[in-house]
Design a binder for this molecule. Structure first.
Ligand code: CP
Ligand code: NVA
Length: 332
C-alpha cells in the first residue's frame, strides 16, 4: 500500500504509523541525494510557508528556510516579538489569518497544546518545530543519521540510549520514534528527569507491537552497555529558568557523556546530540555556568563531541533534508 501524507499535520510522531515514518525517512534520503547531486527539486513552486518561532533557533529555522527555497517556495519568518501573536491575537485567530495566506505553517514554541490548536484552526498543514513536549522533525533527521551509519532498517533490534534530561522534548521524541520503529530505547538519568509515566506506558504498548523495548534506568553502566547510539541534550531547555542550572548540574553530572561512558557502549557506537551543546566555554551561557559552578563541559565532554564517534554535524545537516521531506510530503 502506498503512503500519502498529503494535507496532514506534523505535530508529534505518535500520530504516525511506522510505515509513514519509514516513508519520510526514505524521502529524506532521496532529497539529500538530489541536493548532493545538484539535481533541482522545485516540486512546490509558487507555494508560501509561514515560520513562527516563539523560541530561538539556528538549525530548524535555517532548515525550513533553505528547504522551502530548494522546493521553490517562499518562506516568511514571524518573530512573535514583532507580530501580534499571543499579545493582541489568539492562536486560533492567528491560525485562521495565516491559513488564508499560506500553504503551510511551522510553529516553534511552548506547550504542545498551542501547536495542536494552531493546526485545528489553520486549515493548512502545520509542522511542529519544537514544543516543550516534543521535537518531531529532529527525529526524522536523527534516524536518518543512524541509518547512514548502520544501514536502512539497520537500527531494528539495536539499542539507543538517551543520557541525562530524558524527559525533555528530545528525550520524549526519541523514545516515541524508537518504539515506532522497533528500536530498543533506554532513558538513562535520575528519576526526577524521566519521561512522563503516561508517555512511557504509551510507548511500551507501541514497542510491544513493534518488538522492541523501553527501559528506564538511573544506572550509567546499564544505560551505556550494549548501546549503538549514545544521545544527549542540554540540561536546561529553552523556556526553563536559568535558576535551574545548579540543581540540574547536581542531578545530571553523573550522566555526562565522556570517554569513559562511551567506552561502555558498543565498539561501533556513535554519539549524537540535537545541538546546540555546551561542550566548552565558547558560549555566553557555557562561560556563565563555568564561572558559577566551575564546570567547563556539561552534558558532553569536548573530547567526545569532537571525537571520531561523533556524528553531530551529519545530524545537523540532516535537519535540512528531513524538514524538506516533511514539507514536501504534506504539501504535495
Ligand atoms: N536542534 C535544533 O532544533 O536546533 P535549533 O534550536 O538551532 O533549531
Ligand atoms: N531540549 C532542547 C532542544 C533544543 C533543540 C530545548 O528545548 O531547548
Amino acid at each position: 500500500m502506498s503512503v500519502s501524507l498529503s494535507g496532514r499535520n506534523f505535530l508529534k510522531l505518535l500520530d504516525f504509523t511506522p510505515e509513514e515514518i519509514r516513508y519520510l525517512l526514505d524521502l529524506s534520503a532521496d532529497l539529500k541525494a538530489k541536493k548532493r547531486a545538484g539535481e533541482a527539486h522545485r516540486y512546490l513552486e509558487g507555494k508560501n510557508v509561514a515560520l513562527i518561532f516563539e523560541k530561538t533557533s539556528t538549525r530548524t529555522r535555517c532548515a525550513f528556510e533553505v528547504g522551502a527555497a530548494d522546493l521553490g517556495m517562499h518562506a516568511v519568518y514571524l518573530d512573535p516579538s514583532a507580530s501580534q501573536i499571543g499579545k493582541k491575537e489568539s492562536i486560533a485567530d492567528t491560525a485562521r489569518v495565516l491559513g488564508r495566506m499560506f500553504d503551510g505553517i511551522e510553529y516553534r514554541g511552548f506547550g504542545q497544546e498551542r501547536v495542536e490548536e494552531l493546526a485545528e484552526y489553520a486549515g493548512v498543514p502545520v509542522w511542529n518545530g519544537l514544543t516543550t513536549e516534543f521535537h518531531p522533525t529532529q527525529m526524522i533527521a536523527d534516524v536518518l543519521t543512524m541509518e547512514e551509519e548502520f544501514g536502512r532498517d539497520g537500527m531494528r533490534g539495536r539499542k539507543v540510549t538517551f543520557m541525562g534530561d530524558a524527559g525533555n522534548n528530545v528525550g520524549n521524541s526519541l523514545m516515541v520514534v524508537c518504539a515506532k520503529l522497533g528500536i530498543d530505547f533506554t532513558a538513562c538519568g535520575p528519576a526526577e528527569q524521566m519521561p512522563d509515566a503516561e508517555l512511557v506506558k504509551t510507548c511500551r504498548a507501541i514497542a510491544a507491537e513493534t518488538g522492541s523495548t523501553i527501559t528506564l534506568t538511573a544506572d550509567v553502566a546499564e544505560g551505556a552497555t550494549g548501546a549503538s547510539v549514545i544521545y544527549t541534550d542540554i540540561w536546561v531547555s529553552m523556556g526553563e529558568s536559568s535558576d535551574l542550572w545548579g540543581e540540574r548540574i547536581r542531578l545530571l553530572s553523573p550522566y555526562q557523556v565522556n570517554a569513559e561512558l562511551m567506552a561502555r557502549a558498543e565498539d561501533d557506537a556513535i554519539f549524537m546530540h540535537c545541538l546546540p551543546s555546551f561542550h566548552d566555554r565558547k558560549t555566553t551561557i557555557g562561560e556563565e555556568v563555568y564561572q558559577k559552578f566551575g564546570l567547563a563541559e556539561l552534558e558532553v565532554t569536548d573530547e567526545v563531541f569532537e571525537g571520531p564517534r561523533s556524528r553531530v554535524f551529519d545530524e545537523a545537516e540532516n535537519r535540512l533534508h528531513s524538514i524538506k521531506a516533511v514539507m514536501y510530503a504534506t504539501l504535495r
